[in-house]
Design a protein around this ligand. Structure first.
Ligand code: G4P
Length: 525
């Protein structure tokens, strides 16, 4: 198969949702259809338990399992599908944002009873920033939930994207009877089954009496009314608008009962984009270019504390990746060869000889890689689009074992390279501040520093509201700002100026007092 053919059959995407909406269940059902697993329940153990307090052994166990399930590749018909897993726990949201830089599209799972929840809103913002095409799956139709029309309105208002239903439920909850596939005009009758696919009623059009027979006259009448309303209110589905990220097709179903999932998958492979061009600082890279290029979007540390090996996850952006070929690690300028790159098929990882755009390659690493690093056939390319967002929580990190300060330093550097959290150095007192999305990350860092680097640290409180990257075209204004706020100025790891605002009020005052300064809440501007 030629490069172009390989590219057009690849679909690389992530499933995102607020915890508990059904991401894991849906992932598993997709794998079931792809023949990648044979029984439901196989993926489940991947989940970091959503308990309020952290359970250490559990997380360590999960980390081991999740290397295998970080990427799940399988063939479905002529298509090669790569699902990139995102952590369920919201304290690892930053990981999810980065994974979104490596996908070409996204499926969002929403719980029909709960509607759009906070984390979904945030993740959608990231998709919008990158014009990532999204498909929405409204899940748990077998449970009592909201009116589907209300859900559509909510999706549109809360996620700020036009929606277009491509399937429609006949009743929900206890009275749930089935889903009509608008995209392909067929009716699926609901038969709860966790392992098997439901049966389908073939119909000619919406007036087919087979519908009345299948669901009863009253429900059939209501369904026809609904459908008329949909056709009146929503414009025809426009694939191009979906690919531009302007409209999200919506499917209804129940992942747990394997219902509505095949419709979603069949439509997904047809409409979802093949690997898209990647924007580098230098130029746009087209996937069909002969020369290989790719970037590291995730680094996964090994559980074994005795040898600190990691796996760097590289997304192939262009050309063909080949085992044992010489590639340039652009940041260091060094040429490297990879003797044992791994591919991820059906939850297993195995050494791979070649990989194509859209594929993810796992490269064993001993600390050479950093999130965002580029590998190429020789060209100096730097990929854009691995933004850091302002952390939500901040703490000073202090060394508690003066004999181990080197180890601590190294540990902090490497964990930050992995993207575990963000480091800022206060310019006024030189103290190191770690910024995270949630409390659990502080615990992860402390634990890993001790177990992998033999370094001990302690956290000290610092009351901060937000970190914002500041810049200005007016150097004098920037200098004046930095002078006035010198106690609250820090440098990020790239040496950029960051203002640490201790309250929303202070931030607003600063914005009002220094109109020449631009305040950014993500590192990509
Ligand atoms: P997540 O990855 O998004 O966090 O969600 P996950 O798939 O783990 O699903 C969360 C809970 O919702 C699970 O129940 C799961 O069984 C249930 N669920 C998923 N899809 C459906 C559906 O279509 N209908 C119904 N009724 N429930 C669904 P749990 O009790 O947390 O886990 P378990 O003990 O059942 O495994």
């Amino acid at each position: 198969m030629g490069l172009q053919e390989e590219i057009s059959r690849h679909r690389t995407f992530a499933i995102i949702s607020h915890p508990d909406a059904g991401k894991t269940t849906l992932t598993e059902k997709l794998l079931l259809f792809g023949g990648a697993i044979h029984v439901a329940g196989a993926v489940k153990s991947n989940k970091i338990k959503k308990t309020a307090t952290s359970d250490w052994m559990e997380i360590e166990k999960q980390r081991g399992i999740s290397v295998a399930t970080s990427v799940m590749g399988f063939n479905y018909g002529d298509y090669k599908i790569n699902i990139l897993d995102t952590p369920g726990h919201q304290d690892f949201a930053e990981d999810t944002y980065r994974t979104l830089t490596a996908v070409d599209s996204v499926i969002i799972v929403v719980d029909v009873a709960k509607g759009v929840e906070q984390q979904t809103r945030k993740l959608m913002e990231v998709c919008r920033m990158r014009n990532t095409p999204v498909i929405i799956f409204v899940n748990k139709l077998d449970r009592e939930g909201r009116d589907p029309f209300d859900i559509l309105d909510e999706l549109e208002n809360e996620l700020k994207i036009a929606v277009r239903p491509l399937s429609w439920p006949i009743n929900i909850g206890a009275k749930f009877k089935g889903v009509y596939n608008i995209y392909e005009q067929g009716l699926d009758l609901f038969k709860p089954d966790k392992q098997k696919v439901t049966e389908r009623v073939e119909i000619d059009d919406v007036n087919d009496p087979a519908i009345d027979e299948a669901v009863g006259a009253a429900d059939a009448a209501k369904f026809r009314e609904d459908l008329e309303l949909i056709e009146g209110v929503y414009p025809d589905f426009d694939v191009e608008a979906y690919l531009r990220g302007e409209v999200a097709p919506v499917f209804f179903g129940s992942a747990l009962n394997t219902f509505g999932v095949k419709e979603l998958l069949d439509c997904f492979v047809k409409i979802a984009p093949a690997p898209r061009p990647t924007q580098a600082e230098e130029r746009v890279i087209e996937p069909q270019e002969e020369a290989f290029s790719g970037f590291v979007f995730k680094i996964h540390a090994n559980m074994d504390p005795n040898h600190r090996s990691c796996i760097a996850f590289v997304k192939v952006c262009s050309g063909k990746f080949e085992r044992n070929a010489n590639y340039k690690h652009v940041r260091s300028g060094k040429m490297m060869r990879f003797a044992a790159p791994t591919a991820f098929m059906a939850q297993k990882k195995s050494v791979v000889d070649e990989a194509y755009p859209g594929d993810i390659v796992g490269i064993p690493d001993t600390g050479n890689f950093k999130i965002g690093d580029t590998l190429t056939s020789g060209e100096n390319l730097h990929f854009k689009g691995l933004p850091s967002f302002s952390p939500e929580m901040f703490k000073y990190i202090e060394n508690t074992d003066p004999m181990k300060s080197k180890q601590l330093e190294k540990g902090i550097q490497q964990l930050m390279d992995e993207g575990v959290a963000q480091l800022f150095v206060n310019q006024f007192n030189g103290r190191k501040i770690i910024g995270t999305v949630g409390q659990l990350q502080f615990e992860v860092i402390q634990y890993r520093l001790l177990h992998e680097y033999g370094a001990q640290c302690r956290w000290e409180p610092i009351s901060l509201y937000k970190a914002c990257w500041v810049e200005s075209d007016d150097k004098a204004a920037l200098d004046a700002f930095k002078k006035r706020k010198h106690q609250f100025m820090a440098l990020d790891r790239e040496g950029r100026d960051v203002f640490l605002a201790d309250s929303n009020y202070v931030l607003q005052m600063a914005q009002a007092d220094f109109p020449a300064i631009r305040f950014h809440f993500s590192s990509e501007f």
